[in-house]
Design a protein around this ligand. Structure first.
Ligand code: SF4
Length: 447
């Protein structure tokens, strides 16, 4: 029997702003490695390509981009709309060079990026009408009905965690018996994601857990992954050793609970990383919980190779902190920053995420937080609120957004500031971004 061929595609995206902060189609590449274990030939096109000349040594970099026409729904928005990644024509050129795949898997990450995935779906359907097409990723998981309506050309749409449905689909379609069908939460059986499909690996995401112990009202993690699964420490270390042979230096922790039960997990893992015979550089775009940072953890983070530490703070108002999940308070945040400084981190290496644009939030709340964080001497990242389906805030406030966020996910884009109102306008947000940048510049200049 001839070997089946699968093509994985990470689509280009349409957005007002985008930059690769270690973004990566991790789920798709896990699927790729599972398919390989089933003797299926796998190839990969990452349309969301970074401008390699401008990529930083730590792996971050700007996407290739081009200004494009806005779709009808957002015609009136006075901001430039761009495609990030290669063009449709470049994609077609690349597709023409490959044999027809038996199956094509397209991922779609942010809900408001579905236009790129839809366009890629149309392209592959036109070029390879006989190929079977699978759509997966966060968008169809959170907006399943919308995806089934918009992605009509797909043969199947898979929500995260529904791998059994995917396996049965393949087995029935090709009359095969797949010998390797791991559960997506079974870390011990999952093979390493197929990053070797990249010509050059700039960084490796290390998925160390699924799920979260908290239930923040704006976050979809508890909906996506209701239970917590933690990866075995030995498995993480083996994966680092494996990628070391590929010359990888940069690792990005994908973990929403990295420090929970820190004595049983993070501290042991970090000690093992310190014992490795080579140095690594570690980044954590998902914030660490500052309330769980003590002196020991701060030293372990520094010595294991964390190049920066991002902390979640969200707001500095105690009653709001409680309403957002009660994970942190200001004294604990300050204590964490002090431990990090003592361990060796510089002010420019420590930062805090502050939420901006929550429903009925006032601009002063955000300004107070910027003043507070910069007063402590660390960097502020404004995290602009994104309304995400299946979250508490989305359900409670969807009727108050200035766009129909439930009707069309394109309006869930935080760049549209869906919850702007008279006490926090777009102009206020732009002024705060500028204010924040100025404060951050001063901290970066500090010795
Ligand atoms: S925001 Fe972070 S801490 Fe809160 S539920 Fe989501 S992953 Fe957990």
């Amino acid at each position: 029997m001839k070997q089946l061929k699968a093509l994985l595609i990470n689509p280009y995206i349409y957005d007002f702003a985008a930059y690769s902060f270690w973004s990566s189609p991790l789920g798709l590449l896990y699927i790729g490695s599972i398919l390989r274990k089933n003797h299926i030939d796998v190839s990969f096109i990452d349309c969301l390509r970074v401008n390699e000349k401008k990529r930083r040594a730590d792996g971050r970099g700007p996407f290739i981009k081009e200004v494009v026409e806005k779709p009808e729904a957002i015609k009136g928005i006075k901001k430039k709309f761009r495609r990030y990644g290669i063009s449709k024509e470049m994609l077609i050129d690349e597709l023409i060079g490959i044999d027809q795949p038996d199956i094509i898997l397209i991922t779609s990450i942010m809900t408001y990026w579905y236009l790129g995935a839809k366009e890629v779906l149309e392209v592959v359907k036109g070029l390879f009408p006989a190929s079977k097409i699978v759509i997966g990723g966060i968008y169809p998981t959170l907006c399943y009905e919308h995806a089934t309506y918009v992605m009509k050309d797909a043969d199947i749409i898979i929500k995260h965690g529904d791998l059994k449905i995917f396996y049965s689909f393949l087995e029935d379609l090709f009359s095969i018996d797949m010998p390797f069908k791991p559960d997506p939460y079974d870390f011990e059986r999952l093979p390493y994601p197929a990053y070797d499909l990249y010509e050059k690996i700039s960084f490796i995401p290390l998925l160390t857990s699924y799920g979260c112990i908290y239930r923040c009202p704006y976050c979809a993690t508890p909906y996506m992954h209701p239970n917590i699964f933690r990866r075995d420490i030995g498995g993480v270390i083996s994966e680092i050793e494996y990628w070391q042979d590929y010359g990888v230096e940069n690792y990005v922790i994908y973990d929403d609970n990295f420090l929970s039960q820190k004595d049983k997990y993070a501290s042991l893992l970090l000690k093992k990383i310190i014992e490795l015979p080579f140095a690594v550089k570690i980044f954590n775009p998902n914030a660490l919980n500052a309330s769980l940072i003590d002196e020991n953890i701060a030293h372990l983070l520094f010595n294991s190779g964390f190049k920066e530490v991002r902390l979640g703070l969200e707001t500095i108002h105690p009653e709001k902190q409680k309403a957002l999940g009660g994970k942190i308070n200001n004294p604990l945040f300050e204590r964490a920053v002090n431990f990090l400084f003592k361990a060796g981190f510089k002010p420019k290496d420590v930062s805090a995420y502050i939420l901006a644009g929550l429903p009925f939030q006032k601009k002063d709340e955000v300004k107070d937080a910027i003043d507070y964080v910069s007063g402590i001497g660390v960097i502020t990242h404004l995290a602009e609120y994104t309304p995400i389906p299946h979250t508490e805030l989305f359900q409670r406030f969807k009727g108050y957004a200035r766009y129909p966020i439930e009707e069309d996910p394109i309006f869930q884009n935080n760049a549209l500031f869906p919850f702007a109102w008279e006490c926090f306008t777009e102009e206020d947000l732009n002024a705060l971004k500028l204010y924040c940048r100025e404060k951050n510049e001063k901290i970066k200049e500090a010795p």
